[in-house]
Design a protein around this ligand. Structure first.
Ligand SMILES: CC1=C(/C=C/C(C)=C/C=C/C(C)=C/C=O)C(C)(C)CCC1
Ligand SMILES: [Fe+2]
Length: 547
């Protein structure tokens, strides 16, 4: 499996034309931009974990039935420092690195301890985020990197901490219809008050505040939730939204801050500071977006580990939310390269299969309801919420489907009642072998698979003017373990799950994590943008300084 995971990939700087078979829908024009780890060895040193790898951006540009592929390593400070030193000098999730072996490590550790938490990596390998017209490569630390989505060039480094007090932030923000970004992060050092912070980055500079040009400067804190444990906040990889609420799971998979502060001196990785406490509860926080306050009722469920929220919506006074959940944290364990390389089949068996679970949370608990009664009256789910004596509400999910990860939905239905989940199919191994369309209404599924093929996260792109939720295509980059079969971009019809086209490229493609599709503007929008640009230029000539 080294062929898929541990091998360093060659970047493809010049766009290369793909060999297309089948027929690409004429309306499908734009760029699929994705991110993931591509280099795990620098000189003689090797990362321990797949999530440590240096970020490799890649893109498929689809135009008039042709597809061009390119890839480029993110020139993060981390990448540059490693390449210059010809070894790993910056710590990542599963690898602690020691920048200068000549320096006394105790003095280094002392500096770290006095600052509590060291400076994190800017190796942004997980996802791509859109802020206004700009694109950023993201990870889960306080740094993100602006990128050029066309050339894949690395631009400036943005430190979240300059705009909002967070040391960690998710790689899975949400977007509202205007393109404003809603994200969450954890503040672990501010005055000892460990808290989770929900914040909003506007897509454009708000009216009347134009003197401050960057939308980042207008980032606002939406709501803060104190951590149940000051020294051990919950780890989370994503969160959910409905039209009016935010759903945050404070799960008993926690980061130990004291362990983090001493990790460097103990020669332990950040990953070793994460622990799953199976005897604890998972708290379900519901935040009202209108009042910006958490709903006061204490909702909880059993211990679980969730990386990906799928979707959520409001129905009959309840919040229904769907997540991919595990019984434990074995997923992170399996992605150690040592497990992925030798005896792959033996070592890479998940001890719990990722399951699509539906929860329902009652927003207005009936005061007269009896203790022990189920507060969920929604007919569409068997999820329950039991009223307890002390006023807490114990939620138990409905198990919908077993063996799927990297979920995507038609984003026009994000926060709304929806029907379809597109995901990668995984069984006892964490590596996807199928692409799945799961129909929540009929509880049936459609699958795509092919021998020796390892599909990436399936991304849904809607047909312009689509009426049905599944009216569109699925895009997935596929790598193969068969040396005769080059990697390809698969285009499926999202309704029937039949292949429309594939675009093979003879390049060294990596298995990636997440990304997005940037649709080309249509003719009219292009014309309008051009005339706006012309108008802006003209107004610049009349006094305003050029930007
Ligand atoms: C570097 C670093 C981190 C990195 C986490 C990463 C890189 C997580 C990747 C998760 C993925 C890819 C999950 C997929 O489901 C932490 C632990 C946040 C905190 C300390 C510094
Ligand atoms: Fe993710």
């Amino acid at each position: 499996m080294d062929i898929i995971f541990g091998r360093n990939r060659k970047e493809q700087l010049e766009p290369v034309r793909a060999k297309v078979t089948g027929k690409i829908p004429a309306w499908l024009q734009g760029t699929l931009l994705r991110n993931g780890p591509g280099m795990h060895t620098v000189g003689e040193s090797r990362y321990n974990h797949w999530f440590d790898g240096l970020a490799l951006l890649h893109s498929f540009t689809i135009r008039d039935g042709e597809i061009y592929y390119r890839s480029k390593y993110l020139r993060s400070d981390t990448y540059n420092a490693n390449i210059e030193a010809n070894r790993i000098v910056v710590s990542e999730f599963g690898t602690m690195a020691y920048p200068d072996p000549c320096k006394n490590i105790f003095s280094k550790a002392f500096t770290y301890l006095s600052h509590t938490i060291p400076d994190f990596t800017d190796n942004c390998l997980i996802n791509i985020m859109k802020c206004g017209e700009d694109f950023y490569a993201t990870s889960e630390t306080n740094y993100i990197r602006k990128i050029n989505p066309q050339t894949l060039e690395t631009l400036e480094k943005v430190d979240y901490r300059k705009y909002v007090a967070v040391n960690l932030a998710t790689s899975h923000p949400h977007y509202d219809e205007a393109g404003n970004v809603l994200n969450m992060g954890t503040s672990i050092v501010e005055k000892g008050k460990t808290k989770y912070v929900i914040f909003k980055i506007p897509a454009t500079v708000p009216e009347g505040k134009k003197q401050e040009k960057s939308p980042w400067k207008h980032t606002e804190v939406f709501c803060s939730i104190p951590s149940r444990s000051l020294l051990s906040p919950s780890y989370y990889h994503s969160f959910g939204v409905t039209e009016n609420y935010v759903i945050f799971l404070e799960q008993p998979f926690r980061l130990d801050i004291l362990k983090m502060a001493t990790a460097y001196i103990r020669r332990m990785s950040w990953a070793s500071c994460l622990a799953f406490h199976r005897e604890e509860k998972t708290y379900i926080h519901i935040i009202d977006q209108r009042t910006r306050q958490p709903v006061q009722t204490k909702f909880y469920t059993d211990a679980m580990v969730v990386f990906h929220h799928v979707n959520a919506y409001e129905e009959d006074g309840c919040i229904v939310f769907d997540v991919i959940a595990y019984e434990d944290n074995s997923l992170y364990q399996l992605f150690y390269l040592a497990n992925l390389n030798q005896d792959f089949k033996e070592n890479s068996r998940l001890t719990s299969v990722p399951t699509l679970r539906r929860f329902a949370v009652p927003l207005h608990a009936d005061k007269n309801a009896e203790v022990g009664s189920n507060l969920i009256k929604v007919a569409s789910t068997t999820a329950t919420a039991l009223k307890e004596e002390d006023g807490q509400v114990y939620c138990q999910p409905e198990f919908l489907y077993e063996g799927l990860e990297l979920p995507r939905v038609n984003y026009a239905y994000n926060g709304k009642r929806y029907r379809y989940v597109f995901a990668a199919g995984v069984q006892w191994s964490p590596i996807p072998t199928k692409i799945i369309k799961y129909d929540i209404l009929t509880k049936s599924s459609l699958k795509w698979r092919e021998d020796d093929c390892w599909p990436a996260e399936p991304l849904f792109v809607p047909t312009p003017g689509a009426k049905d939720e599944d009216d569109g295509v699925i895009l997935s980059a596929i790598v193969s373990t068969d040396p005769q079969k080059p990697p390809f971009l698969l285009i499926l019809d999202a309704k029937s799950f039949t292949e429309l086209a594939r675009a093979s490229v003879d390049v060294d493609m990596h298995m990636d994590l997440h990304g997005l599709f940037i649709a080309d503007m249509d003719g009219d929008a292009k014309k309008q943008a051009a005339s706006e640009e012309q108008r802006d230029r003209a107004s610049n000539c009349h006094g305003a300084p050029p930007t």
